[in-house]
Design a protein around this ligand. Structure first.
Ligand code: ADP
Ligand code: MG
Length: 841
């Protein structure tokens, strides 16, 4: 088994070449380039001259041969060599495997074909063997599949993973087989290029195969730093490799040993060197070098080598046993890899192309499962009957003519869509999104009037009492004032947490009797005793503050009522198609006339005085200002970011002693918050210091300055919401962003988008790009466990639309996924949708 290093190296080259399909790409510049260094090395090794000559003769013209002849030549050559050196391994495609790791050993799957000597010595698995040998997927596809496995099984089903390893894996959040298979590398190092040392270039990533010539340990800094230094030669040249603080490497690298080294080629004192390269012995199949090497996310006490070695044993053995839930028709239509191949390639890609194909497959399935879920919900909802409400053109014209302003085109379009929904015979399920100030309230008001004019009831739920109160007043103004007003004031009521008991009882009574036509309120609306006589339209404002559960709870107050949810959070189209894919979408992309964009500036912390001067100037002009502070976590309490409470005190004492200042933060009770907000709205404070709680839609038309401290801590979409709080009265308004430090260049770059972009949709797309869908939405928004969205680019509308079309088609054939061939699909879906179906409707 002690193969000569030069032959071991030749084997690597030839095996890599075979795996690449004989494209003459295993060595940069072609196999011929390795000939002269190899020849020299082989002589030193004592390889018989006739073998050397055979190699040289056959490889000299290798580049001129067709791939088919190349295959014959290399295989013939290697057979010749094995006759002289029977211990040489056969020439077959290479696969990931690893050096033995200490502790419990992972069993190999049974080998189908020839065994290499070292495999033969390994213990055989005690359970039914997973399929196939560990070879590249090309080879493996021809092999019979093993028994399918349950992905939800704990990792301990894997022979060789005992409680000890399981505990270690748990630190990475890996408990089940699925967790392990889906623990994807965070990046890959490209060490697939084998290169003669002479051809190495500074800065490139490469693998070199060579022999250890010298090795030693040097001590620096009085013995505190130990540096292993090895010289590796391959006949074409010698390169120095150094490792810091890993003295044991010196013992493993004895002179004469054949090794593979991989890393980025560095430069030191004018020579090319390798610093802390990956390395391994050459008589192993290469894992850490010589390939596209996976680099995993780690945590304390888990090393890259340990995890990679574990993965190298588990992934090729177990991925073939993973059944593919995606129906073959779907896979074919999109041209996707099967799941087993995709998972294997994600961990140990044969090429960058295969990696890309694997990613595409897995990203597609993420979106596909999401689409199946939302579309199923949508179909269920649409299959129910909904009360028909029709209004005449004359009525609508009369009602819009009554309004104090003319509706924008976007408002008219939104109303037309809602009118169509209400007449469709199925429950409306519509998301109305429009930037802050685009005028959603009046649209909702008219929708409610369409329903109440036939005697039915409507509800409007808002996330805070003060907002509910604002809506209540708007509705009174819009629906009960003037001639032809559709409702009388006592038919619209407000119900919030602080509504006195006597009044509450009266409201509930009139509601149950059908005398109250519109009930406006907070989540108090969905609490137990609230009973409608005939709820036919449920409207939810600022719906991102509520979850699917509350949406469902409000709906259940009626019998299949129509639903209108409104949001000022601009949702990129791709997300609207996915996470909100069960809703029909109306976008109001037009502002009422006369709105000026808020002037936005990025200030460095030391320019804060300018913000204070601006506030003072605006206050002197009779306006008001907000100052927002980020919430800080306990652990950060000692840093320079002041909390809103502390800032309020300091500003009041030192900066604005002559002004009235209010304070709003999350620890206050709801009634206290509302009281502060009310006072600010009514002009009792000049300045409101607040945490992010102020985000949601209260109108303070007189406020013209929004200062945001620690602006780097907020997402763009949220900053945009803050900005929307000012300039609602038509006066010039300002938004000043103050990041915590001035040298956080990347952060400040992100904030610059706020200065340049006033369109909420474009900001939301940027936000999604920067923070991912999880942070953007949170699980409770949709019921879909967003942790399953790992690879999909949520901005890839083309992919999303494709997945949606195919999901739609599948559900048309099999709405409940009951066909036997969809059983696995249904199970997978259930695992990924975390909220029970009852909550959805
Ligand atoms: P949002 O979409 O943020 O909920 P609102 O419904 O609160 O916006 O409307 C913001 C302000 O714009 C309100 O004062 C409202 O009366 C006013 N408004 C709504 N529609 C129009 C319009 N078409 N023309 C002029 N002002 C309008
Ligand atoms: Mg609003």
């Amino acid at each position: 088994m002690d193969m000569k290093p030069s032959l071991a190296k030749l084997h690597k080259f030839l095996a890599l070449e075979a795996q690449r399909g004989f494209d003459n790409g295993a060595v940069v510049g072609g196999l011929g380039r390795m000939l002269s260094p190899w020849e020299a090395e082989a002589r030193v090794d004592g390889v018989p001259e006739e073998i050397i000559q055979a190699v040289v003769a056959r490889l000299r013209d290798y580049d001129r041969l067709s791939p088919k002849s190349r295959a014959e030549v290399l295989q013939g050559l290697w057979r010749r060599i094995r006759r002289a050196f029977p211990e040489a391994p056969p020439l077959e495609a290479r696969s990931p495997t690893s050096e033995p790791s200490p502790g419990d050993r992972v069993a190999e799957p049974a080998s189908g074909g020839q065994k290499r000597p070292r495999e033969a010595a390994r213990p055989q698995p005690s359970r039914p063997a997973p399929s196939g040998k560990k070879t590249s997927p090309r080879v493996r596809e021809a092999l019979p599949g093993g028994a399918p496995v349950a992905l939800s099984a704990p990792v301990t089903v894997i022979p060789g993973i005992g409680p000890r390893r399981a505990r270690r894996l748990e630190r990475l959040g890996i408990r089940t087989l699925e967790d392990l298979l889906y623990h994807f590398p965070r990046r890959y190092d490209d060490y697939a290029q084998l290169k003669p040392i002479r051809q190495l270039r500074y800065g490139e990533q490469a693998t070199v195969l060579g022999t250890v010539e010298r090795v030693g340990v040097r001590e620096l800094k009085g013995g505190k730093l130990k540096v292993v230094e090895a010289f590796i030669g391959d006949g074409s040249g010698v390169i120095r490799a150094t490792w810091f603080n890993q003295p044991w490497i010196a013992e493993q690298l004895s002179p004469g040993k054949a090794v593979a080294l991989a890393g980025r080629i560095d430069q030191y004192l004018g020579r090319l060197v390798l610093t802390n390269p990956e390395w391994e012995e050459l008589d192993e199949d290469l894992l850490h070098t010589g390939r596209i090497v996976p680099v995993y996310p780690l945590t304390a006490q888990i090393t890259q080598r340990w995890l990679r070695a574990l993965m190298a044993q588990v992934i090729p053995a177990w991925t073939p046993r993973v059944p593919d839930p995606l129906p073959p028709a779907v896979r074919q239509e999109v041209g996707l890899l099967d799941l087993s191949t995709a998972l294997l390639q994600m961990h140990f890609p044969d090429s960058w192309e295969m990696l890309e194909a694997a990613r595409t497959r897995l990203a597609f399935e993420e979106i596909f499962y999401l689409q199946l879920g939302v579309l199923q919900q949508k179909r269920r909802w649409q299959s129910r009957p909904g009360r028909v409400f029709t209004v005449s053109d004359a009525w609508l014209e009369e009602q819009t003519a009554r309004l104090p302003f003319q509706l924008t085109g976007a408002q008219q379009r939104a109303l037309a869509e809602i009118r169509r929904d209400l007449a469709s015979g199925h429950p409306m399920n519509r998301l109305l999104q429009g930037d802050v100030g685009s005028g959603k309230t009046v649209v909702a008001a008219l929708a409610m009037a369409m329903v109440t004019r036939e005697g039915a009831q409507a509800a409007l739920m808002a996330p805070t009492a003060i907002l509910a109160e604002q809506h209540y007043r708007s509705l009174l103004r819009l629906l009960t004032e003037g001639e032809q007003a559709p409702l009388r004031p006592e038919e619209i009521r407000l119900l919030v947490g602080s509504t006195p008991n006597g009044e509450r009882r009266a409201i509930l009574e009139d509601l149950a009797a059908g005398k109250v036509k519109i009930l406006v309120g907070t989540h108090a609306l969905i609490e137990e005793p609230v009973q409608f006589a005939d709820l036919q339209l449920a409207v939810i404002d600022e719906q991102h503050r509520f979850g699917v559960r509350q949406r469902g709870a409000l709906r259940r107050k009626g019998e299949n009522p129509h639903l209108l949810v409104m949001t000022a959070t601009p949702i990129p189209r791709s997300l609207a198609l996915t996470v909100y894919g069960d809703l029909d979408l109306t976008v109001m992309d037009e502002m009422p006339p006369g709105r000026k964009p808020v002037r936005t500036y990025l200030l460095f912390p030391k320019e804060r005085e300018r913000a204070y001067r601006l506030i003072r100037r605006e206050v002197e002009r009779g306006h008001q200002a907000f100052i927002i502070y980020p919430l800080i976590e306990e652990s950060e309490a000692l840093t320079h970011t002041p909390s809103a409470v502390e800032a309020h005190r300091r500003l009041q004492e030192e900066v604005f002693p002559d002004l009235k200042m209010g304070l709003l933060h999350g620890k206050m009770r709801d009634e206290e918050k509302d009281e502060v907000m009310r006072r600010f709205r009514d002009g009792e404070y000049h300045i409101l210091v607040s945490t992010a709680v102020v985000e949601v839609g209260v109108d303070v038309p007189n406020a013209t300055v929004m200062v945001i401290e620690g602006a780097n801590r907020f997402g763009l979409a949220q900053l945009h919401q803050f900005r929307g709080r000012v300039g609602r009265g038509g006066d010039e308004a300002y938004c000043l962003l103050i990041p915590e430090t001035e040298n956080a260049a990347a952060e400040n770059e992100r904030l610059r988008a706020m200065v340049e972009i006033s369109d909420g949709f474009r900001l939301a797309e940027k936000d999604l790009q920067q923070r991912g869908p999880g942070e953007f939405l949170g699980t409770r928004q949709s019921g879909y466990d967003v942790s399953f969205l790992r690879l999909a680019n949520m901005l890839d509308v083309r992919l999303i639309e494709k997945a949606r079309t195919l999901a739609q088609r599948l559900l048309e054939q099999d709405p409940d996924l009951q066909a036997p061939e969809h059983r696995l699909l249904a199970e997978t879906l259930a695992r990924r949708w975390s909220i029970a179906e009852g909550d959805m409707s």
